[in-house]
Design a binder for this molecule. Structure first.
Ligand SMILES: [Zn+2]
Length: 199
């Protein structure tokens, strides 16, 4: 990405945060504090995030894996969560909140510098009807995320396979990006949904 940016005459920097590889943790005080400073100080011009909250995953509702810790009606945690399960849900919620905070800082910074705003969130669409209780895999269900998306209303919705991934999975970007809606699109694979790779 850095090479691509430089080839187009832009400066770019890359910082990896990989808990599995080196123990760095986006939920810890650092490096998030550093990212917060960069966003506040006008050193980040564009932002895209898909908050990592595995506790939202649709896979939680399939047999054989860890059980769900939240649903569409209890987005911050199921009433009968164990302490450990609730802590897991809380970690995911905190990650999503930090994503929203950084997006707001970057938008404010761009506005203050007279730049076009680039800040988007990526997640599956929330369920329209949370009743009956069941799976959700969308951080957009969080009230703070819903409020953010109402304020930054551009939307792109697409099947992941139109961008070269093997999944039918429907994903949505919401936020601030010029012509964002033009990224929308439906599967063109010519095969049924069930013959895509399941995740
Ligand atoms: Zn497809």
């Amino acid at each position: 990405m850095v090479e691509e940016a430089q080839a187009r005459g832009s400066a770019a920097a890359h910082q990896s945060v990989d808990k599995a590889a080196d123990g760095t943790d986006l939920l810890a005080e650092q490096p998030y504090g550093h990212h917060h400073d960069l966003a506040s100080n006008g050193e980040v011009d564009g932002y895209h995030t898909g908050p990592g909250r595995s506790s939202f995953s649709q896979g939680r509702w399939r047999p054989g894996g860890p059980p769900p810790v939240s649903d569409a009606q209890n987005i911050c945690g199921l009433p009968d969560n164990s302490r450990a399960q609730q802590e897991e849900a809380d970690r995911g919620t905190k990650m999503a909140m930090r994503s929203l905070d950084l997006a707001d800082l970057i938008i404010q910074s761009a506005n203050g510098r007279g730049l076009e705003t680039v800040a988007t969130l990526e997640n599956p669409e929330p369920r329209e009807d949370p009743d009956p209780p069941g799976s959700t895999s969308s951080g957009f269900e969080l009230p703070e995320a819903r409020a953010w998306c109402e304020k930054h209303a551009a939307v792109a919705s697409f099947n992941s396979c139109i961008y070269g991934l093997p999944y039918w999975k429907r994903s949505t970007w919401r936020g601030e990006l010029r012509d964002l809606a033009t990224l929308s699109g439906d599967c063109r694979c010519g095969i049924p949904r069930s013959r895509h790779l399941t995740i």
